[in-house]
Ligand binder design. Sequence first.
Ligand code: ADP
Length: 316
Amino acid sequence: AGAIVTIGEILVEIMAVEKGNGFLAPQPLIGPFASGAPAIFIDQVGRLGHPAAIVSAVGDDDFGRLNLARLREDGVDVSAVAIHPGAATGSAFVRYRPDGARDFVFNIRDSASGRIDLDSEALAVLAQAGHLHFTGSSLGIPAILGIAERAVDIVKSRGGTVSFDPNVRKELLGDPGFRRALEAVMAATDILLPSGDELHLIAGVEDEAEAVRSLLARGVAEIVLKRGAGGASHFDRTGRTDAPGFVVEEIDPTGAGDCFGATYLVCRRQGMPVAEALRYANAAGARTVTVKGPMEGTSGFAVLDAFIATTKGAGA
Ligand code: ADP
């Protein structure tokens, strides 16, 4: 069947211990945590025991080593993560405001992730891929924009499939290069994994049912709409399946969508029906929000089975 492969940024996240506004004064921080939406996604694929690989780049520094060690430990093939001695591994500082919104300081575009390319290791990994996953945040990085189309062509020409989690930052939508890559990825997308208003943003239509119809007509085979605490809905040509969320206390929502998507894809590739795949994906997303740290809530099937058996919601 081939590995699940993703292309995208690897970084560390450092977070403020206390809520407040921004980073305008010294304050207690916690981290570094392994992070980057594509890295969280692929770590979850590896944790579930499915062949997994990431095409990325880090600096020759401890932030890079921390990420590589973590991905390796969880079963991810990191042979296509280039180590650039001249660049630093990316970072993101995050602080929650009292109202739940977040302030960020990003160093990603100018980090090693800004130098990701299709070198021989990346091509070797793509040649083994049965499925290629993109995260919207990665398309904000010009280096990745530049290789997305070619990577899609390589995987599709071998009969592979493509998924896309369009966590796009709205300010990028006006950029012509970004729009072109977005269209290229969308044109190849078999499974779309939007959350919140991303469905409307991508379809350009406000009404949910109409947006779904228009995307299915454009060739997307499956749409899996993430609804936060409300769980998820699945749409394809045969109809609609809703799956309720699990009842948990939200500590840190970062990574929920990535873990959800990874789990849905692995379950489907293992032959599970949609409803069962949604239950595992909702469990993976819900468990993630109960754990502090972007990648700290990834979980294998044994942990998910125990979570489902003991958590109120779709399971118990
Ligand atoms: P994203 O992280 O991509 O914005 P969501 O916030 O919808 O997407 O979260 C993805 C999935 O994680 C949801 O579909 C759900 O399964 C789970 N999830 C997220 N937040 C919660 C929550 N507060 N309670 C229970 N499950 C949650």
